[in-house]
Write a protein that binds this ligand. Structure first.
Ligand SMILES: Cc1cc2nc3c(=O)[nH]c(=O)nc-3n(C[C@H](O)[C@H](O)[C@H](O)COP(=O)(O)O)c2cc1C
Length: 342
């Protein structure tokens, strides 16, 4: 059994069944969710030889933060149903590993509880009444959020067949949307536009990252509207099923805007070699969603830190064998998706 499968087993045993289904599910038939990991495993490296790899440094700069690792935690909702310490434990684990933590809009702990020393960003869904987001952003920034991640791929939540409403019976979700002015609100704006990027920047006073970008033309629109970075994501296959794998979308987005802004990616990343593939295809950082939730459920902050450390150690080994001393020296990639000069 791989360590990832072992972690998933332990997480499954530790979580309410409905939460396990919620975390595991993809939209509709789950085609996109199912193929994400295999897409990274299909990447073939062209390692370099005769390079000095006595010191391999996985550290990276992400919007003003010097991070020990290019692996970060993607925003995922309902973490208190995975582990009683929810986002607080996730934040502690990320900080221990020197990783960036992105906190979901639907966090179950107040933002003030996340001021634990490590860098964190707030993921934001924009509600139809935009003004109601102001106090949420203010509270997050006051608690140390150093960027806002605008999730642009969710005008409505994609249909998932599991869990059903009744499967949640007996699971305490009373903390749902703790940080929102209108806690009952579960609808999002369906008229998001490039102007929302500038608006978010102005209201929050921190950089804005647009998450859910899969096309080069959209990436250019985001950057034209003032985005500080774009995040290639299909929401873990939880929005439009049969959406392209992020591995396949990343090279075009990186080619379109990678010289101007940073490009991040998520979706099926579960090993250090997946991260190496992401960096090789033009990403500046890669984020893990489900894998981090599995770690959280299986063993709280310590397991989150151990999982991030493990991914980073795998990445370092891969970099060393591929002849890359720094994250900017990625190995070449054979076949489609090859980047000139990489
Ligand atoms: C259980 C779960 C909840 C999620 N909740 C959010 C969320 O609140 N906001 C958001 O932008 N993305 C959310 N996502 C998407 C993740 O940020 C990320 O894009 C995705 O999980 C990456 O794929 P992976 O799980 O294969 O690593 C969620 C994903 C999962 C699995």
């Amino acid at each position: 059994m791989t360590w990832q499968a072992d972690l998933a087993e332990r997480a499954r045993a530790a979580m309410p069944a409905a939460m396990w289904q919620y975390v595991s599910s993809g939209a509709r038939e789950g085609v996109t969710a199912a193929e994400a990991g295999a897409a990274w495993r299909d990447v073939r490296f062209l390692p370099r030889v005769l390079q000095d790899v006595s010191h391999v440094d996985p550290a990276t700069d992400v919007l003003g933060h010097r991070l020990a690792t290019p692996v970060g935690i993607a925003p995922t909702a309902l973490l208190r149903a995975a582990h009683p310490e929810g986002e607080v434990a996730m934040a502690r684990g990320a900080a221990a590993a020197g990783a960036l933590h992105v906190v979901s809009s639907n966090a179950g702990h107040p933002f003030a509880a996340l001021r634990l020393g490590g860098p964190w960003w707030l993921q934001a869904y924009v509600p139809p009444d935009r003004d109601s987001l102001g106090p949420v952003l203010e509270a997050a920034v006051a608690a140390g959020a150093s960027a806002v991640v605008l999730t642009a791929d969710t005008p409505v939540a994609g249909t998932k067949y599991r869990p059903r409403e009744q499967d949640w019976e007996g699971v305490d979700l009373s903390w749902f949307r703790t940080n929102f002015a209108a806690p009952g609100e579960t609808r999002w704006a369906t008229d998001l536009g490039p102007r929302d990027i500038g608006w978010l920047r102005e209201v929050s006073g921190v950089p804005v990252v647009v998450k859910g970008v899969l096309r080069a033309d959209d990436a250019r629109r985001c950057v034209g509207a003032g985005a500080d970075a774009v995040w290639v994501s299909n929401h873990g296959g939880r929005q439009l099923d049969r959406t392209v794998a992020t591995r396949d979308a990343l090279p075009d987005v990186a080619a379109a805007v990678g010289e101007q802004v940073q490009v991040y990616v998520d979706g099926g990343v579960s090993s250090g070699l997946d991260v190496l593939a992401a960096l090789s295809l033009g990403a500046d950082a890669a984020f893990v969603g489900r894998l981090a939730v599995h770690a959280l459920a299986a063993g709280g902050a310590d397991e989150v830190a151990a999982t991030l450390d493990r991914l980073t150690a795998e990445l370092v080994e891969g970099m060393r064998i591929a002849g890359c001393a720094r994250v900017s020296d990625t190995p070449g990639i054979a076949g489609p998706g090859r980047l000139q000069g990489r």
